[in-house]
Design a protein around this ligand. Structure first.
Ligand SMILES: [Zn+2]
Ligand SMILES: [Zn+2]
Length: 145
């Protein structure tokens, strides 16, 4: 599976199947996406391979540690490493093909925008669920035969 930014300078490959998706409705994710929520998944750090354009990647980190990586040329949000560097957060809209993927969780429902109508698909969490709960939901359920 390939992913690309809007201008195409930055490309990456994903080696394993895409796990389940979540959306975060917090105020920071709204700013980063310019929309009601992000839609993303997490994948082991060694399963993402940068193919092109790494020199175009720019990084912004807030005082509280919230990270945003983006393309220097077109501004697309880009995958970035989670706090302990073990996994990449990947915005699902960057994927070149739209597979059958499952949205399993909505985070920070309590701080969503007033106009945001949250889909019934997936579990709703007022804030951030504990790591174990979220990991269980995001784990891929499809098995390759
Ligand atoms: Zn770009
Ligand atoms: Zn968020």
């Amino acid at each position: 599976m390939k992913g690309k930014c809007l201008c195409g300078l930055i490309e990456f490959d994903l080696k394993e199947d895409i796990p389940n998706l979540y959306q975060c409705h917090c105020s920071l994710c709204r700013k980063v996406t310019g929309s009601s929520a992000n839609a993303a998944f997490r994948i082991s750090a060694d399963q993402l391979l940068w193919k092109n354009g790494v020199e175009q990647i720019r990084e912004f980190i807030t005082e509280t540690g919230f990270k945003s990586h983006f393309c220097n040329n077109c501004g697309s949000p880009l995958p970035n490493l989670t706090a302990n560097d073990s996994a990449y957060w990947v915005p699902v809209g960057l994927l070149e093909d739209s597979e059958e993927l499952t949205l399993v969780a909505h985070l920070f429902i309590d701080s969503r925008a007033k106009w945001d109508v949250v889909a019934d698909t997936g579990e709703h969490f007022a804030e951030m669920p504990d790591a174990e709960t979220l990991d269980r939901l995001l784990r891929p359920t499809k098995t390759v035969i």
